[in-house]
Design a protein around this ligand. Structure first.
Ligand SMILES: Cc1cc2nc3c(=O)[nH]c(=O)nc-3n(C[C@H](O)[C@H](O)[C@H](O)COP(=O)(O)O)c2cc1C
Length: 306
């Protein structure tokens, strides 16, 4: 049975990808995840210039694998990305996806051009992060026109490197946003970023736990939302999908494939160790063997067939 996957011409030994922002802080940590069975890894979101995150505490463990985070995309800027990507390349041959973030359209273009020079296998445009003007106000991914504009600016800046655009679940119609970024030149869609935002209160002190008060929800709590988003996007566009949100085991990964994802992102489930990649890959293989499925690609979108 074959777990190997071809994604936009990129060869992966299995369809599992490390999601952006978890365990991907350094080249060495990305390489460790790759060595533990991820088919590809995604860097944390790269900014052109140093970008401060939010004050601590930034993460709440809600239990049962779900998290609330307001890390605020801290990053050292393009020089840091250069060092970490080179370090990863020295340690691993696996595909490296570069996530990029910016606070306005012009900066997206500049960041994309600078990151393209580092020759990642794919660029993932994170338009689903809160933009700087308005903490959780209006990410680009929440507006059809702005999402398309960011996509087309970045597409022009990165030449032949494939472009995935990462969408937010916090919209009324995610399929409509997916269609607009496809029309603007996206080669793939990544869905979903964190949901909410949500909030947790320490009842002893009656204070919000996060310094930022609110944070994005991830892990098993958002899986049904992610599955629905991927299902709807698959029906709306022709480009492939990197599906993520709450995947913690082989069963969840198969569900994401059946909804329409070609690759599956793992974020929160990796926080306790990247061995989870090897475990999930083995569970997908086991399922395929039990069902006599020869190629994992044959599962993609099966839930759409009547
Ligand atoms: C602590 C933390 C940091 C994150 N940082 C980023 C980031 O830098 N860029 C990004 O696009 N997504 C970021 N995300 C979102 C994840 O990549 C992913 O889309 C989301 O968590 C859903 O997947 P999961 O349920 O498997 O974690 C972050 C998530 C968490 C929990």
């Amino acid at each position: 049975m074959q777990l190997q996957t071809n994604f936009l011409g990129i060869h992966l030994e299995n369809p599992l990808v490390l999601a952006s922002g978890i365990l991907g802080t350094t080249g060495a940590s990305l390489a460790r995840v790759a060595g533990n069975g991820a088919g590809a890894v995604t860097s944390k979101s790269v900014w052109l210039k140093r970008h401060a995150g939010r004050p601590n505490p930034t993460v709440v463990n809600l239990g049962k694998g779900s998290l609330l985070n307001a890390v605020g995309l801290p990053h050292g800027g393009i020089e840091e990305a250069l060092v970490e990507f080179e370090s990863f390349r020295r340690l691993s041959q696996k595909p490296l996806f570069a996530s990029i973030a910016a606070s306005n359209l012009a900066e997206f273009g500049e960041t994309a051009a600078a990151v393209a020079e580092l020759k990642p296998d794919l660029i993932e445009l994170n338009i689903s992060c809160p933009n700087v003007k308005d903490e959780f106000g209006k990410p680009f991914a929440c507006d059809v026109k702005q999402a398309a504009e960011a996509t087309s600016i970045v597409k022009k800046a990165i030449g032949e490197i494939p472009l995935a655009v990462k969408l937010s679940p916090n919209v009324t119609n995610i399929a409509e946003i997916a269609k607009s970024v496809e029309a603007a030149g996206a080669d793939a869609i990544t869905a979903i970023n964190t949901a909410g935002p949500g909030m947790a209160i320490d009842i002893e002190t009656a204070q919000p736990i996060l310094a930022n008060k609110f944070g994005g929800l991830s892990g098993p709590a958002i899986r049904p939302i992610a599955v629905k988003a991927v299902f709807e996007i698959f029906a709306a566009v022709k480009i492939p999908i990197i599906g993520m949100g709450g995947v913690t085991n082989g069963r969840d990964a198969i569900e994401m494939l059946q909804a329409g994802a070609t690759l599956i992102g793992i974020g929160s489930a990796a926080k306790d160790g990247s061995e989870v990649f090897g475990k999930i890959a083995a569970e997908i293989a086991e399922f395929c063997e039990r069902k006599k499925i020869k190629n994992v690609a044959d599962i993609v979108g099966l839930a759409h067939k009547k």
